[in-house]
Design a protein around this ligand. Structure first.
Ligand SMILES: [Zn+2]
Length: 335
């Protein structure tokens, strides 16, 4: 049994060992089922949580967690990440002891993983650094009190803030995150990074702290917080489900071929890892349909690394963002 509350237990050891082993000779496509829940945007925090005023925006955060947890419990292969503790703490407060015990087990096994872990996913453009520290402290303290070391996020995850500041990255580095993923960057910056294969970087985020005090691995997601086109299996999306039985509608080969093509077209990265993020903003409700399709999305085939043409195989563990960040040696990377 994992001892999350033991000071000797290190969360990273558990989390880094909880996902399928990466292969250095292949492009490892990490499918990370996620949701991003604004702590107040078009609706109030209460309206978002309860799903009120769906005439303004169809969004009810409690139903996201209500639908994901049973799916995780039903299948040990499934994974999910969660970000905004303002909503999670509220949901937690409504659960009975049986659900809490089950969720603690999911967290201890790394199947439900917290990323970022602040009260919200804060803005970076107009905030004062003290507010960033305060709201991160509030969320992280809840996770520590509730889940011990196993609840400690290893990955910073700012997939929706509009632009990114060096100071935010510096703060994240000093908070002890192993890496940082961003979604929205300027389109010209993104185009240049794609051309130069600079979608990942080691961000030296402070001019005054001695390296590596504020150095932080930072990756730009290829599609923002969205899944690749035609691969959205949320209940509000209209993409076809995967049909893999003997039916006339069997579409596995077509989906796999399309998936491989999509992965191959997004190889603007130096490392043999590509993060794809099925999920999205607040309306996303990744219950049975979403997780079922995601877990079936790429069981067949592999794309060798470095990239080659006309390959017909792939490997894509249902994954979490910390996996590409694993310390060398643990992962035996080829980069
Ligand atoms: Zn947002």
């Amino acid at each position: 049994k994992l001892e999350c509350l033991s000071p000797s237990h290190h969360a990273s050891r558990m989390l880094y060992n909880s996902c399928p082993v990466a292969r250095p000779d292949m492009l490892n496509v990490h499918l990370i089922p996620h949701t991003h829940n604004d702590v107040g945007w078009l609706k109030t925090v209460n309206q978002y949580f309860y799903g009120a005023r769906n005439d303004i925006q169809h969004a009810g955060v409690q139903y996201i967690l209500d639908s994901v947890i049973p799916q995780l419990l039903a299948d040990p292969a499934k994974r999910f990440i969660y970000v905004e503790v303002a909503f999670f703490a509220r949901w937690w407060g409504l659960q009975g002891e049986a659900v809490r015990r089950a969720v603690r087990q999911l967290v201890s096994e790394g199947r439900l993983e917290f990323v970022n872990g602040g009260w919200s996913m804060n803005d970076e453009a107009t905030v004062h650094y003290s507010a960033v520290i305060d709201q991160m402290s509030l969320g992280l303290r809840f996770l520590r009190r509730t889940f011990g070391e196993c609840g400690r996020p290893l990955t910073a995850w700012h997939i929706d803030p509009f632009g990114h500041s060096r100071e935010q990255a510096s703060l994240f580095a000093q908070m002890g995150f192993d890496g940082f993923f961003v979604g929205r960057i300027d389109y010209q910056d993104k185009a240049q990074r794609e051309t130069l294969r600079e979608m990942e970087q080691l961000w030296r985020a402070s001019g005054s702290l001695a390296p590596p005090g504020a150095d932080l691995f930072t990756g730009v997601l290829p599609n923002g917080y969205n899944p690749p086109m035609a691969l959205c299996w949320d209940q509000f999306c209209s993409d076809d489900p995967i049909v893999d039985d003997a039916s006339d509608d069997n579409n596995v080969q077509r989906v796999v071929k399309y998936f491989l093509g999509t992965a191959a077209s997004q190889q603007e990265y130096m490392a043999p890892h590509l993060v794809l993020a099925p999920g999205g903003g607040v309306p996303y409700r990744p219950g049975q349909r979403g997780l079922k399709q995601v877990s079936g999305a790429g069981r067949e085939g592999a794309l060798p690394w470095p990239p080659q043409r006309n390959q017909e195989e792939n490997q894509d563990p249902l994954s979490q963002p910390n996996v590409p960040l694993q310390p060398k040696g643990a992962m035996e990377p080829g980069d």
